[in-house]
Design a protein around this ligand. Structure first.
Ligand SMILES: Nc1ncnc2c1ncn2[C@@H]1O[C@H](COP(=O)(O)OP(=O)(O)OP(=O)(O)O)[C@@H](O)[C@H]1O
Ligand SMILES: [Mg+2]
Length: 397
């Protein structure tokens, strides 16, 4: 999607965001600053970890060679070393700014790994021989989404904390580590995790529960351990999708020993998980999530069904190449009211396809009418077949 058409946040589509209580904050340390460098730098001091002249010269040569050879991976590895050296010298703010520039590089698309081959091989379920995770470098951005004001500001805050990690650590504080996205299907949980990954300049480590959940006793917990072990090898947005498979309440009547074991393993792994990643879990069935799990999440974001205004903004954006008039947008919003962004996406794609096939640059009344009819017949077919609103049982898979 294009990045040049920022979408305003959807007013009137305001989910409740519950913020966990945070304990008392430690006193910030006093940061001394060099006389002529503003408050950014601590006084220069030769540390044990500080580089020699030779080592620095070597690093600079490697940096220049990487540029000459257009070798992005080599460039980033030297750049990371330089940032690390600034950190050792306690130039926290400079290190942060350098890292920011590198992230801008990722965000602007000038550094996008062509393949994911430079990551370690991903873990597999040993029995079924299927990968437990996939690595994605999404190009979806917040500007492609209509987000409620509260959601957008919480996401911005997460970004701010992660970008200021070193500053926070100097004060004995840590950035947000965990977030739970909940809400009905098609309302942007996965899309937002992708946009967050893009925003932070971190790859998305995508974990689907249907691959992690094994029918073999004890194997699910081992798979989870494999996923967390792998996650600790890098810096990611670790995204546990369809999280309800593991997050079901321990008081649930359908509970059995395996769920308990899996849940406890997940909680232990989540508590013990350190490193620079953020763990995001998404569920449609937050009402059955164990209270012990709710407490583990630093941020909880609720993605509700969109308001008419949010739908209108989303449709306008999704059809921007066809410059729809107001009456077309109103017809679509009227039809889609009470439905998800995903339904809006489907009907907009349908219209764009028809315009492409008919070779027209604008939405004709007949294209609109047929798209509305197709959407309606799909919706009534789905309503007729929908009889089970419960999450899949862990042992049904
Ligand atoms: N906030 C949004 N603004 C614009 N489009 C959106 C938004 N949220 C979702 N969409 C569209 O709907 C599609 C489906 O959304 P997504 O996969 O994120 O839903 P989900 O909440 O993860 O659903 P599920 O619970 O079924 O996994 C997206 O690919 C996107 O095109
Ligand atoms: Mg999803």
């Amino acid at each position: 999607m294009g990045r040049s058409d920022p979408l305003p946040s959807g007013e009137g589509h305001r989910p409740t965001i519950m913020m966990p209580h945070r304990g008392p904050q430690p006193e910030p340390p006093v940061i001394e600053s060099a006389p002529d460098s503003g408050a950014d730098f601590r006084p220069l001091r030769r540390d044990k970890g500080e580089m020699t002249h030779m080592a620095r010269a070597d690093l600079l040569k490697r940096l220049f060679r990487a540029h000459r050879d257009r070798d992005d991976d080599a460039f980033r590895s030297v750049a990371d070393e330089l940032v690390g050296n600034e950190l050792k010298k306690r130039h926290v703010v400079l290190a942060k700014e350098l890292r920011e520039i590198l992230r801008d590089d990722v965000r602007s698309g000038s550094y996008v790994p062509a393949t994911t081959s430079h990551f370690d091989p991903v873990p597999y379920d040993p029995d079924r021989r299927i990968p437990l995770v996939t690595i994605r470098v999404p190009d979806r951005s917040f500007r492609d989404l209509v987000l409620a004001t509260e959601i957008r500001s919480t996401l911005d805050r997460i970004g701010e904390e992660i970008r200021n990690r070193e500053v926070l650590q100097a004060y004995g504080l840590h950035p947000v580590r965990t977030a739970l996205f909940c809400g009905p299907p098609g309302c942007g949980k996965t899309a937002t995790a992708e946009a967050l990954s893009n925003h932070l300049g971190l790859p998305l480590l995508y974990v689907r529960f249907d691959s992690v959940v094994s029918s073999l006793l004890g194997e699910t917990a081992s798979n989870l351990r494999r996923v967390f072990d792998y996650a600790s090898t890098g810096e990611w947005v670790v995204f546990f999708d369809e999280f309800d498979a593991v997050g079901r309440s321990r008081d649930d009547a359908t509970e059995h020993g395996e769920i308990k074991r899996v849940l406890n393993a997940f909680l232990q792994l989540l508590d013990g998980f350190s490193g620079r990643s953020i763990v995001v879990a998404a569920t449609n069935f937050e009402q059955v999530i164990d209270p012990a799990l709710w407490r583990r999440f630093d941020e909880i974001l609720r993605f509700d069904l969109p308001s008419a205004q949010s739908l209108s903004l989303a449709i306008e954006h999704k059809l921007r190449s066809l410059a729809p008039n107001q009456s077309t947008i109103t017809s679509l919003v009227n039809q889609l009211e009470g439905r998800s962004f995903s339904d809006a996406e489907r009907i907009c794609v349908d219209i764009r396809k028809s315009c492409a096939i008919e070779g027209v640059g604008q939405i004709t009344p007949s294209i609109l009418r047929r798209a509305l009819e197709r959407q309606e017949s799909r919706h009534s077919a789905l309503s007729r077949s929908k009889h089970d609103a419960h999450p899949p049982r862990i042992d049904d898979r």
